[in-house]
Design a protein around this ligand. Structure first.
Ligand code: DC
Length: 218
């Protein structure tokens, strides 16, 4: 099996270009952020998002699965319900960053991620894929872009979905999440020594996808 790890900060375009690259290569694209988002959604639904001990306890009754349709589109199933759309809100973005700091949450999701990579050719995106989840990945890419560029992309996405946000709020959110994701004690986001750093600031989706495919094929 060929395993490609793509890590990088929020809004770097990982999901868009990784999905497009996976389609071209016939690989499965795995968005691991969705797993942390599903835990955050469950915590919000259970009213425990501000209590780490209760979140850890909640894991006993949390069942998360990823499914892939024939187009390779990923669905996140939380306790039997497809929550793929419900997890894409700013509240759940911040909640996911918060729950991802809890070691028990990371441990809970580890085998699920490794299992998929064991059985499939994958492009897996996240924050700790090259460092923790798939340390032996065939190719490791750290995809990044400037904070302003990332905030603009997120902002455009949210506006398209009808969310009522300002660019400044989104930029503030991006900066906060970057800090939090790269300064947490466990599995902080940082490129591994063997990762190729790919900066796609100002690139179109096509250019970003080509950048990734060229690295994979090189
Ligand atoms: O990629 P995303 O924005 O959907 O990720 C949501 C949060 O989940 C992000 O702020 C950090 C966390 N995360 C993580 O800690 N490790 C991963 N492999 C993927 C996401």
């Amino acid at each position: 099996m060929i395993n490609v790890a793509i890590d990088g900060p929020a809004g770097a375009g990982k999901s868009t270009v990784a999905k497009a690259a996976a389609k071209k290569l016939g690989f499965i694209y795995v968005d691991t952020g969705a797993l942390y988002r599903a835990i955050a959604l469950n915590a919000v639904n259970n009213g425990v998002i501000d209590d780490n001990n209760k979140i850890i306890k909640m894991l006993e009754n949390t069942d998360i699965k990823l499914t892939f349709d024939e187009n390779g589109t990923q669905c996140v199933i939380l306790n039997g319900e497809d929550v793929s759309s419900l997890i894409r809100t700013p509240e759940i973005s911040m909640g996911a960053s918060n729950v991802s700091k809890i070691p028990e949450v990371r441990a809970f999701l580890l085998e699920l991620q490794r299992d998929i990579a064991r059985n499939n050719n994958v492009i897996m995106d996240g924050r700790d894929i090259g460092s923790v989840v798939l340390p032996n990945a065939d190719i490791k890419i750290f995809l990044t872009a400037s904070a302003e560029c990332r905030a603009k992309r997120r902002y455009d996405e949210l506006v398209l979905k009808g969310e009522n946000v300002t660019y400044e709020e989104v930029l503030d959110d991006v900066n906060k999440r970057d800090y939090q994701d790269s300064h947490r004690e466990i599995a902080p986001m940082k490129p591994t020594d063997d990762a190729v750093i790919a900066d796609n600031t100002g690139m179109t989706v096509e250019e970003g996808t080509e950048l990734i495919i060229n690295i994979i094929n090189s």
